[in-house]
Design a protein around this ligand. Structure first.
Ligand SMILES: Nc1ncnc2c1ncn2[C@@H]1O[C@H](COP(=O)(O)OP(=O)(O)OP(=O)(O)O)[C@@H](O)[C@H]1O
Ligand SMILES: [Mg+2]
Length: 381
C-alpha cells in the first residue's frame, strides 16, 4: 500500500450510505487526468485514471451535499492507495484503483460547478528561525494584513506550541478547542477543515494552536513512524485550492513541527535580526532546509530573508546589515528589501491586533514595507 494525493473531477454524484453504526460514508468515483507540459510550455491532457475513493463521516456528508448542489465538482483527496488487477477469463484486463481517503477537499468556495482544470493553488510559505524572538510571528502578522488588504484569501497555520499568532489573529479560541495538534495527531480524527476558524479580518482563516497539546504531539512525532514529516503537507493539500496564500508560523526550533512546516512549503521565509545575527545559526537553518528539500520536498526554496528590527542609525546595525547582505549574496539567498526597522509601532500593532495601515503616517510607511515583501514573495500586489 502507498499513500497518494490527487486532484480530479467527480464522475457522478456519490450516494450517501450509512454503516451499521449509523455513521455516514460514500464511494466517490474521481477522474484524474495527467497534465503534460510540452516543450513550448503549454499543457495537454494525458491519460485519465478513475479512482474509487472511500470517504467516511462528516467528509462524506459534505462531499455528497456539495456534489448534489453543484454537480461534478473538483476535489483533492489523500489516503491509502491500492491497485487490484482483474483478469476475467476471455475478457480484458482491468485495474481497480482504490483509495481510503482521510482528507477530502473541495476545490471551490463558490456554489457552482467547476470546469476550469487550471485551478489556482495557494503559495505556501513557512516563517522560520530556531532563534527565539527575532520577529517570525510579527512578520507573519503584518504580511497577513498586507495580503488580506490585497484581496488574497489567506490561511495562517500556527505551528508554534506557544500559540502566539493564534492569539493575535483570532478571537475567542478556547484552550480546549481543536487545533493543529488534532490534525497532526494519530489519535484524533480531525481533518484540517474541522479545525479552521475565521481570523480577525475578512479573507483570513486560521488553523489555531491553544493549550498544551501541540507540544505533546511534537513529542509523539519524534517517535512516530514513516511519513511523519509529511503530515502537515498532506493535510494542507485538501484546502490548498481554497486560498491564495498559506503562511505557517513556527516556534524557535528545528524540531519535527518545523520539518513538517518546511515539508509543506513552497518557500522558507527566514526571519532574522541584525543584532542577533549568527553565521552559525544561519548555516544550521539552511542545512535543515536543504535536508528537507533533498529528502521530503523537492520544491522547497528560500523564498526570502527578512532583516527585522534593523537599527540603521547605530554603527553596530550598519555593520551587521552589511555582513548579512554579503552572506545572503554568497549563498544566493533573496534578501527582502528594505529591512524592517525596530519601531514600537510594529510591536504595538501586533499586540493590539490592528494593521499598520490603520495607524498614523509613520505606521502607514511601515505597512508599505510589508506590501513590498508580499509582492517580492508572491509576485502579486
Ligand atoms: N520590527 C520590530 N520593531 C519592534 N519590535 C519588534 C519588531 N519585530 C518584533 N518585535 C518585538 O519583538 C518581540 C519578538 O517578536 P516575535 O514574537 O515576532 O518573535 P518570534 O521570532 O516569533 O519569537 P518566537 O521565536 O518566540 O516565536 C515581540 O515583543 C515583538 O513585538
Ligand atoms: Mg513567534
Amino acid at each position: 500500500m502507498s499513500y497518494i494525493t490527487r486532484t480530479g473531477n467527480l464522475a457522478a454524484t456519490p450516494v450517501l450510505r450509512e454503516n451499521d453504526k449509523g455513521k455516514p460514508y460514500t464511494y466517490a468515483r474521481v477522474l484524474v487526468t495527467d497534465r503534460i507540459r510540452q516543450e513550448d510550455g503549454s499543457y495537454v491532457d494525458g491519460a485519465t485514471i478513475g479512482y474509487d475513493v472511500a470517504v467516511q463521516g462528516n467528509q462524506a456528508q459534505n462531499l455528497v451535499d456539495a456534489a448534489e448542489r453543484c454537480g461534478n465538482i473538483r476535489i483533492t483527496f489523500a489516503g491509502e492507495y491500492r491497485a487490484t488487477v482483474y483478469r476475467p477469463e476471455g475478457g480484458e484486463e482491468r485495474i481497480q484503483h482504490e483509495v481510503r481517503a482521510d482528507e477530502v477537499g473541495k476545490h471551490t468556495t463558490r456554489e457552482e460547478p467547476v470546469t476550469d482544470t487550471n485551478q489556482r493553488e495557494a503559495v505556501i510559505l513557512t516563517a522560520c528561525n530556531q532563534k527565539g524572538g527575532v520577529g517570525k510571528s510579527t512578520t507573519v502578522f503584518h504580511l497577513t494584513r498586507a495580503a488580506v488588504l490585497a484581496g488574497l484569501r489567506v490561511l495562517v497555520v500556527d505551528s508554534d506550541p506557544q500559540g502566539n499568532i493564534t492569539s493575535v489573529l483570532t478571537e475567542d479560541v478556547g484552550e480546549t478547542e481543536p487545533g493543529l495538534a488534532d490534525v497532526l495527531s494519530e489519535y484524533t480524527p480531525d481533518t484540517i477543515a474541522d479545525v479552521i476558524v475565521p481570523g480577525i479580518w475578512e479573507g483570513l482563516d486560521v488553523v489555531p494552536t491553544t493549550g498544551e497539546t501541540l507540544g505533546v504531539v511534537r513529542d509523539q512525532l519524534v517517535v512516530a513512524g514513516a511519513a511523519r514529516e509529511g503530515r502537515l503537507s498532506r493535510a494542507l493539500e485538501a484546502v490548498r485550492g481554497d486560498y491564495d496564500l498559506i503562511l505557517i508560523d513556527c516556534g524557535p526550533n528545528l524540531d519535527q513541527l518545523v520539518i513538517n512546516a518546511l515539508t509543506a512549503a513552497d518557500g522558507a521565509l527566514v526571519v532574522t535580526q541584525t543584532k542577533l545575527w549568527s553565521a552559525n545559526g544561519l548555516a544550521k537553518l539552511l542545512d535543515t532546509i536543504t535536508q528537507v528539500q533533498q529528502s521530503y520536498n523537492p520544491r522547497l526554496r528560500v523564498a526570502g530573508v527578512v532583516l527585522n528590527q534593523h537599527e540603521s542609525r547605530t554603527v553596530g546595525g550598519g555593520h551587521w546589515a552589511g555582513e548579512i547582505e554579503a552572506a545572503a549574496e554568497a549563498r544566493g539567498l533573496p534578501l527582502l528589501t528594505p529591512p524592517v526597522p525596530k519601531r514600537q509601532a510594529i510591536a504595538d500593532a501586533t499586540e493590539e491586533s490592528i494593521g499598520l495601515d490603520e495607524g498614523d503616517a509613520d505606521a502607514r510607511e511601515l505597512a508599505a514595507i510589508y506590501d513590498g515583501y508580499l509582492t517580492q514573495l508572491t509576485g502579486r500586489n
